[in-house]
Write a protein that binds this ligand. Sequence first.
Ligand SMILES: Nc1ncnc2c1ncn2[C@@H]1O[C@H](COP(=O)(O)OP(=O)(O)OP(=O)(O)O)[C@@H](O)[C@H]1O
Length: 319
Amino acid sequence: MTDTQQHYLLIINGKSAGNPALREAVEEQRKTGMSITVRSTWEGGDAAEFAAQAVELGATRVIACGGDGTVNEVVNGLMRIAHDLRPALGIVPLGSANDFATSLGLPLEPGSALEAARHLSPSPIDVIRMTAQSGAEEAVSYYVNMTTGGFGAEITSSTPKTLKRMLGGGAYSLMGALKAWRHRSYRGTLHWGDQEQEASLLLLALGNGRQSGGGQVLAPRAKLDDGRFDVLLVKDFSSAAELPTLLSELQQFPAEGRFVRYFTASQLSVTTQQDEEPWPLTLDGEARRYEQFCVEVVPLALKVLLPEGCSLLTANDRQ
Ligand SMILES: Nc1ncnc2c1ncn2[C@@H]1O[C@H](COP(=O)(O)OP(=O)(O)OP(=O)(O)O)[C@@H](O)[C@H]1O
């Protein structure tokens, strides 16, 4: 399909709808023939609803204009559309962290990002399905970048929004340092493949992509299209004397270290121990709490507009 046959649906997080650079970019691109429909959100859930209506609105490409949470909602909306009809996803990053867009190497300025969406070709990537249980309720949701559990999740969910905006990525590290001072661990049972492990964890990361929490690279070897996600387990430490080993392992990501384990899986489930609180999780930037959850790969489920040579694709593997 040529550029002139594409129809773009821009889904903008309402808090950025007045962004002058974005308004200018839309006007500019329309002048040169880009066919664009715009929808702006009012509250949580709207972006997913708009994305789910993309085919009815005639869109061949859906551009999520917002942060990681907006991208996540748009992905969930697109996953409600049948695979063969599902429009490709593009991103104009307008959040405070923009972890997914940053790690993909997409332009971060609205004008260049919208222009790029017009010229980039779509590449299929895996999407991760999460089935979660809290009490009697079961919920299915999807993510493309990363889920963190435990300590990592608390960092993102407890960082005040205004502080996040003021400091950009830096606020996450600040909260991280404060939390580390009085951290707690999360106990549960993990199952993947034919393996089972009882764990007392400081942090769990399940990465289709590589970074979350405002630039924290927790799955450095993850690929978006390899049919697997990378798993980082960080075991709890009991005394400050163990911290140097833990921190050095966090630079190496060993398969089987004293505190750090790093491996890949296509399915993994976690059950919280009965007397424990549900695990705090962050899925692509949004906070949740689940007693029990299972993640599995839906291979090559979504086409995404990615830069040429994007290092997160297996075709561009240089290792
Ligand atoms: N009109 C609106 N005004 C304010 N908040 C909104 C509006 N529409 C949606 N939201 C909320 O915005 C959140 C998503 O924000 P988004 O991810 O775009 O930015 P962010 O949190 O700054 O990004 P990042 O995760 O990259 O730091 C969702 O929780 C959603 O409920």
